[in-house]
Design a protein around this ligand. Sequence first.
Ligand SMILES: Cc1ncc(COP(=O)(O)O)c(C=O)c1O
Length: 388
Amino acid sequence: MSDVRTYLDHAATTWPKPECVYDATHHFAREIGVAAGRGNHGAARAATDVVEKARLHIAQLIGVSQPRNIALTSGCTASLNMVLHGLLKPGDHVVTTVTEHNSVLRPLHHLKQQGIRVTYVNCDDAGYVNPREILTAAESATRLVVVNHASNVTGAIQRVEEFGPDLHSRGIPLLVDAAQSLGTVDLDVQSLGIALLAAPGHKGLMGPLGTGILYATPEFHEQLQPILQGGTGTESEQEEQPTTWPERMESGSLNTPAIAGLAAGAKYLLGRTVASIRNAHNEQMAAFLDGLLSSGVWTLWGSRSLQDRVAVISITANQLNPHELASLLDSHFGIQTRAGLHCAPRIHKRLGTLTSGGTLRFSLGATSGPHDLQQAMDALQSIEGHCL
Ligand SMILES: Cc1ncc(COP(=O)(O)O)c(C=O)c1O
């Protein structure tokens, strides 16, 4: 690994985390160190307090007045599976999009073999789905609509405000995968008509790896069958899994040291504000996209408009495979990116990049340096001069 490290793979997981995240994780592990909701001694109460703080800060970030509508999970994949496996039954119809991550596509593929029907709504060349097509695809047997808020390939932010409230008024639940938007796009679940929201804790929320959240409106608290049953520290006399949220979805000891870091990350975001992070990203992206498009060598897979995108930028070049480009960037310039399909095969099929190695992806996070994308641009120009 090169001594100089320019990390441009925040879409996979954000790094470095703000110092307060490391401090909180370390403090918890050393000074508190126990499970939450288990026991009544001082440390157990402190652990419970930390967990409730994490819910509270995250609730504030997504416009939720009741923090206990948020369950803590091990990641976005876990949260998505909890809904897909916990809600859908044979005969149900699901509407989703070709922009989804495998954490939606694979559970749905599995469920299709058990009699669930799935409609995949297509996207345009920049990764945007037409809200009207989602509304048209939803029918009376539709039990769920699942949409990726921001694409982890093109950075496209879907216009949830143009279909979420309509679906809500038709009584069709909307599950949003906010893996690439929470923490970088202001998100208010109520005004967007979102019934269920899955997100990682370790990306935009700035928490440690192995954390995630699942938000559900109260009507789903009983309907969602937990995919794990076990100890919740509550209603222990009863053999049946409790229906009370969030304990119903949180069997087993939570990863409290990581959740302490997640609470600190969410608090950091509330202080710094999501809008200021987005502005910082947009400033870097504007110059980068100009440079990229002016060279004529690179193809941008996504929109040039900053308004409708997050800082997830996919490119390709005719004469250089994305994996070779990622290797060059790493070995010669210390720039860490991601090459390939980014676990989202259907959008690559739509864009025509499925069989040519996918794309090379740069992505920013809250702690990205102000010149990270400029360094990437300099490196691309040097590669243009030497290899292309
Ligand atoms: C759009 C999208 N959904 C889901 C996931 C899965 O997240 P996690 O790693 O927290 O399970 C990712 C991760 O890259 C993603 O980009």
